[in-house]
Write a protein of this length. Structure first.
Length: 532
């Protein structure tokens, strides 16, 4: 992003704006491309369009080589930058080839503002030349630890690959000893290789602490996954991050969604904010346990979406962000005692639900504002997926998730590919659910409209004013006590009727019926209590 083309709708520190990426030389095969010839090249927003001298047919290839420069911002931007004079995280730092898909053709959406990811799957072979004393943490497999680290540290690094207990590879005392690297003066070359992955990012520092741990992800092959945290001494909460990273990846691999973590490693780099890249994430310091657990597990869920499953986040952020919110709910709840992520997202959604910024999720990101983006990308779809899980039941929901992931790993699914896979696995058309949650201007508003008593039972009439298929929780009250509680999943709205009835038996006497729960959104709860 350059100063001239800073397309954004949220605040960025002026110092974060550099001249961006500078192309020095572009070659197609062995021929130089004249970047000043407007007939050949054209810069539109953040895209450089190069007209080829001859057409490129399907199933053929061209060889491009590019020399470029990229100046690292001297402060932190929202996703990368410098955190002090010798620590930085670097992303969006090299020229990427736009995706060509069979729906939109070339992806010409600008890399700006909220539009984070849409990449094809590539192989990366990256060598960093850094001053001695600097460590690099990056996407991919580190190729030359033995050339860089002194034996004591190499042993710790290798031990971490075998250990379920967190190993402190670089401690505060080690930094003072200054005996970590083989090269004492000059520079050292640190090499990484990553295959079949959609992006590459890295963090660098000469004074970060470094912890790592691993777990066995596949019993048959004995394959282990290595999880690391690289962090500032002023982020004490990070001492637990390598452990939370390992526990998160175990949860994703063995429980939800129950797909083995596909990469060899994952590193959490302590920069700022929270931003995912393949095999490495850039996370700020969170001062509470809930915050640390939440951020670590959220950013790591992105390893599956949009990296393993190559969704187009630039158009449909709900396909990755919504799942990255919803899938770790259970993990967050049980790891950070007292933390209620579901209630948090219900509250966040209610703040905008039903107002003019609550737009149908299918409206592509580039044409909505940041105010709508949080609702559309995160809060509303997370609840849509979570209520669907309850509606279908865990067994069916995760079977559908796993089927979708097996089909679309390494590809570019559309929202309809997700919907159709679920319909197929569920053996029924779930259009009654997809349409209001993803396509319509529906919002959460249920109301108790009428109660009829007969013998020992009551019939409660509920009207769906906002049109969203939501779960229903009813509590029957007598003398200030709950005498009966009934829970129904969103399936209760499958018929598409605006009004439904719930029958509750065994009620001789009652004072009132209360509809709703803190974990179910409702923009108007005034009409949720019905007194006898
Ligand atoms: Zn996210």
């Amino acid at each position: 992003m350059s100063k001239a083309t800073a397309l954004r709708d949220f605040y960025l520190n002026e110092k974060a704006l550099t001249d961006g990426m500078k192309l020095l030389k572009v070659k197609i095969f062995e021929n130089d491309v004249d970047l000043n010839d407007k007939k050949i090249t054209n810069v539109i927003g953040t895209n450089l369009i190069i007209n080829l001298s001859s057409k490129l047919s399907p199933n053929s290839s061209i060889k491009l080589s590019i020399d470029w420069e990229f100046k690292i911002p001297e402060v932190s931007t929202i996703r990368f930058g410098s955190y002090d004079s010798t620590s930085m995280f670097v992303a969006y730092w090299y020229p990427q080839i736009a995706v060509y898909d069979d729906v939109d053709g070339w992806d010409r959406i600008d890399y700006a503002g909220t539009l984070e990811m849409y990449n094809d799957f590539n192989d990366y072979d990256v060598e960093f030349t850094v001053p001695s004393g600097f460590q690099v943490w990056a996407t991919g497999d580190w190729q030359n630890a033995d050339e860089i680290l002194n034996q004591k540290y190499l042993d710790r690094y290798n031990l971490a690959w075998q250990s379920e207990k967190v190993i402190n590879i670089i401690t505060k005392d080690d930094l003072a000893l200054n005996d970590i690297y083989k090269t004492k003066i000059g520079s050292q070359s640190i090499k990484f290789i990553a295959n079949n992955i959609p992006d590459f990012a890295f963090g660098i520092s000469d004074h970060y602490l470094w912890d790592a741990v691993s777990f066995e992800v596949d019993k048959t092959s004995g394959r282990r996954v290595y999880c690391a945290a690289a962090y500032r001494q002023t982020s004490p909460e990070f001492v637990d991050v390598a452990f939370y990273a390992k526990e998160s990846l175990k949860y994703f691999s063995f429980e939800i969604p129950g797909v083995p973590y596909p990469y060899p490693s994952a590193t959490v780099f302590n920069g700022a904010g929270g931003m995912e890249f393949p095999m490495i994430v850039n996370n700020g310091r969170e001062v509470t346990k809930a915050g640390t657990v939440h951020l670590t597990s959220h950013e790591l869920t992105h390893q599956y979406f949009p990296f393993y499953i190559g969704t187009n986040e630039r158009k449909y952020p709900f396909m990755d962000e919504g799942l990255a919110v919803m899938l770790p709910f259970d993990f967050q709840e049980r790891t950070a005692e007292g933390y209620k992520p579901r209630e948090r997202y219900v509250k966040a959604y209610e703040d905008f639900a039903g107002n003019e910024y609550d737009l149908p999720l299918m409206i592509p990101s580039p044409i909505i504002s940041y105010r709508s983006y949080r609702t559309s990308g995160y809060n509303k779809p997370a609840l849509a997926y979570d209520f669907l899980r309850k509606t279908l039941g865990d067994k069916l929901f995760f079977k559908a998730m796993q089927t979708y992931m097996a089909r679309w790993n390494g590809k570019h699914p559309l929202p309809t590919d997700f919907f159709f896979t679920f319909n197929e696995v569920a053996g029924k058309d779930l259009g009654w659910y997809w349409k209001p949650w993803f396509y319509n201007f529906s919002y959460p508003d249920l109301s108790v409209t009428k109660i009829k008593s007969k013998n020992n039972s009551i019939k409660i009439q509920i009207k769906n004013i906002g049109g969203l298929p939501l779960p229903v929780k009813l509590q029957v009250m007598l003398d200030g006590e709950i005498i009966k509680e009934v829970n129904k999943t969103a399936e209760i709205w499958e018929s598409g009727k605006e009004t439904i009835e719930v029958n509750i038996d065994g009620i001789k006497k009652y004072d009132a019926v209360i509809l709703g729960d803190k974990a179910i959104p409702d923009v108007n709860s005034v009409d949720n209590i019905h007194f006898k």
